[in-house]
Design a protein around this ligand. Structure first.
Ligand code: FMN
Length: 178
């Protein structure tokens, strides 16, 4: 038994095919995968602002990319801004203690759905969070967390990817003993 090929072959490209376009159905399917993620109390504390390369929304958000992501993200077929519902509207009460955690699970679903469709995603935080937040103005209690570039990878999965071992995962950060 080995890890499923969908997981084993996923990677985050740093180059995207600038000619590849996504259809409306492609984008709908990615969001369909995202919406079926589990969440605490089924709170579903996620939202996605989508901008295909040919849409006006793309021109609107590209200026907020950092110098680093600005080199590769604009050529992806689709940019997504992710948002988490952290607080109850106009209060400082947590909407969910797991809002960012659950958003991450939803993004993982989207990412694997993309890979199953022959696409690839690179999630990133290299953008002007304050500027983009002021422009998109998420609703009360909602916060921008990350962005995702989605498209056809134009580079190969690196051979030298590093991960901590499974043994390390079960040994490291607690001191209470078994
Ligand atoms: C929340 C998050 C933020 C990230 N931010 C950036 C970023 O700002 N710039 C970047 O090039 N990659 C970014 N990445 C991509 C990671 O560097 C990448 O997932 C990691 O190196 C593992 O590589 P892999 O996805 O190919 O397995 C981010 C990934 C995540 C999940």
């Amino acid at each position: 038994m080995s890890v499923h090929p969908l997981l084993a072959t996923r990677f985050s490209p740093l180059r995207f095919d600038p000619e590849w376009s996504l259809t409306d159905d492609d984008v709908d399917l990615l969001l369909e995968a995202a919406r079926w993620a589990p969440s605490a109390g089924n709170s579903q504390p996620w939202a996605y602002f989508t901008a295909r390369r040919d849409e006006p929304e793309h021109k609107r958000i590209v200026p907020y990319l950092a110098a680093s992501s600005g080199r590769w993200a604009p050529s992806a077929s689709l940019l997504i801004v992710t948002m988490a519902h952290r607080y109850v509207e106009d209060t400082d009460w947590a909407y969910s203690d797991f809002a960012d955690y659950d958003l991450g699970q939803s993004v993982a679903h989207l990412t694997l759905q993309a890979h199953a469709m022959g696409l690839a995603c690179r999630q990133f935080r290299a953008f002007n969070l304050d500027g983009l937040s002021a422009d998109l103005a998420p609703g009360p209690g909602w916060h921008i967390v990350s962005m995702i570039a989605v498209g056809r990878a134009a580079d190969e999965r690196p051979a030298d990817r590093e991960r901590r071992t499974a043994a390390e995962l079960r040994s490291a950060p607690w001191s209470g003993g078994l």
